[in-house]
Design a protein around this ligand. Structure first.
Ligand code: F6R
Length: 310
């Protein structure tokens, strides 16, 4: 059993919610590993709580670089602190189509290598969209995937990453709020971002099977993680922008218990970090008018009003 759940103190609380700028709770950690450990420990606590009640825990899982440290920590908790996955059921967000499970880029293979081969999960409790299906069987498979999620009691805890297009799962711009698991055409930006994994953009599949926006929003808890400066602009749009099909992650604003977990780099475009003086007294954010902040603010003002600094 896990003896204690470590509390990681976030570097900054979601102060800006009060200022009405951020439309979803955001927690910023000093590093991605701190953030990942906190989320992994939350998941572990949920698994243990539900296990003690004789219930399954249903997890919605993501692939990609973002969640790998969460999986590392879950494996450590399994090996060193007895966390069992016997009562865990999983549903993965997506898989490229077409894709064989043995290919290097297969999300099924990714999940085996990063989590499932290292914990005691029952393989029959693992669900991942099937990239090997012929086109005519995909729609039936997707309907069945949704049915299985419902029969499992719905997803308790959904982990998400975010793409530069704002996608969650592979819900690319234009994905409607009521979309369910389906075949989708990948955005050019997403294919470019995947190019190095496939040794060239031309090898990246044009389609994927993905859980829909509605499937994701049906989870009881949703936690989106983003690490690194390259995620900062889209995080600002998801958190501070209006809810729009142009950025699927912005739909999380409509979920009663969705949260966003960032490292400091992914948070840099949020108003409370970029131009906190617009929100109120700097002390609210643990800052003061030192020479660095004064210089940054003066430069920002000069650029905003397009007047040179004297
Ligand atoms: C993967 C998935 C995607 C990724 C997103 C970010 O299962 O659903 O939405 O989470 O593309 O990918 P990384 O984490 O590699 O930056």
């Amino acid at each position: 059993m896990i003896s204690s759940i470590e509390t990681v103190t976030p570097a900054f609380g979601p102060h800006a919610l009060a200022a009405g700028v951020e439309h979803i709770p955001v927690t910023v950690y000093g590093s991605s590993s701190q953030a990942s450990r906190a989320v992994a420990q939350e998941i572990a606590a949920l698994i243990q709580l539900k296990h003690a009640r004789g219930e399954h825990t249903v997890l919605g899982l993501a692939t990609g670089s973002t969640p790998t440290s969460i999986y590392d920590e879950l494996i450590r908790l399994h090996r060193e602190e007895g966390l069992s996955f016997k009562n865990v059921i999983t549903f993965n967000l997506d898989e490229y189509w077409p894709m064989s499970p043995e290919e290097l880029q297969s999300y099924r293979r990714f999940m085996r290598e990063h989590l499932f081969d290292h914990v005691d999960i029952d393989p029959k409790n693992v669900h991942i969209p099937d990239g090997t299906l012929p086109m005519e069987k995909v729609a039936g498979f997707c309907a069945e995937y949704e049915r299985k999620m419902r029969d499992a009691g719905g997803i308790d805890y959904q982990i998400l990453g975010i793409g530069r297009t704002g996608h969650v799962g592979f819900n690319e711009p234009g994905s409607p709020r009521d979309s369910r698991t389906r075949l989708i055409t990948l955005d050019r930006v997403t294919r470019m971002d995947a190019a190095s994994d496939f040794f060239g953009e031309w090898n990246v599949p044009r389609k994927a099977i993905t859980m829909g926006v509605e499937s994701i929003l049906s989870a009881r808890t949703v936690v989106l993680l983003a690490f690194g400066e390259h995620k900062a602009p889209v995080i600002r749009r998801a958190v501070e922008g209006e809810v729009s099909a142009a950025v699927a992650a912005s739909y999380l604003q409509q979920h009663p218990s969705a949260r966003i977990v960032l490292d400091t780099s992914a948070a840099t475009e949020l108003t409370r970090f970029k131009t906190p003086w617009l929100l109120g007294p700097l002390e609210m954010f643990g800052l003061k008018w030192d020479s660095k902040t004064t210089r940054t603010a003066a430069t920002w003002l000069a650029m905003t009003v397009k007047k040179p600094l004297l």
